[in-house]
Design a protein around this ligand. Sequence first.
Ligand code: ADP
Ligand code: NI
Length: 214
Amino acid sequence: MNEMLIEKIRQFAESHFADDGSGHDWWHVHRVWNTAKHLADAEGADRTIVEIAALLHDVADWKLNEDESQGLNTIRDLLEGDLPPETIDRICDIISRVSFKGAGVDTPTESLEGQVVQDADRLDALGAVGIARTFAYGGNRGRLIHHPDQPPQMHDSFEAYKKNKGPSTNHFYEKLLLLKDRMNTGTAKKMAEQRHRFMEQYLDHFFKEWDGEL
Ligand code: ADP
Ligand code: NI
């Protein structure tokens, strides 16, 4: 029963995100789904809830939708009849809390399942894949790669974070390098460390090249 439902949701997610060019394509969802399964097993979270929330986690994302509630309605329509209303509520609650909203903005996830999905999504923002996604997103939104006179800003409100149009390199300081210390689960913290170090090495190289030192 669950296998068939997950396959239905997987197919929906694959077609929903097929054409995205902002680093939020189906393969992002696929990686988050795989990582979420691994974290769920390591941390003892409910696999069905985690898998469904991971597959649908970006459907209602504020970066990809004008209206978050429209995305949540799409999710409710998809799941209605297949799952009890309380389970659908749990999944929607996880999805509405998953996204990063600024350096100084707390995004609490209360359930273990929510923590696992948020960690899996954040892990995909780190390391070699995270670097590729950051510049893909910047290109997709018409941002510069780097601008030496536009320093990073630590946004303390979601509104300020949303409005930001800074160069892609700022995103490392405004979000990506902060994530290692914001992982919810011990398993994700360990996975984040290596990816964090790789981004530091990358940035070191980037700025040396920028300054003509390499
Ligand atoms: P989250 O929900 O935490 O924002 P997502 O799965 O939606 O996670 O993906 C976020 C990714 O999108 C970032 O890690 C980065 O790769 C890209 N991104 C988002 N905002 C920016 C930005 N301002 N500049 C560059 N990349 C960004
Ligand atoms: Ni995501």
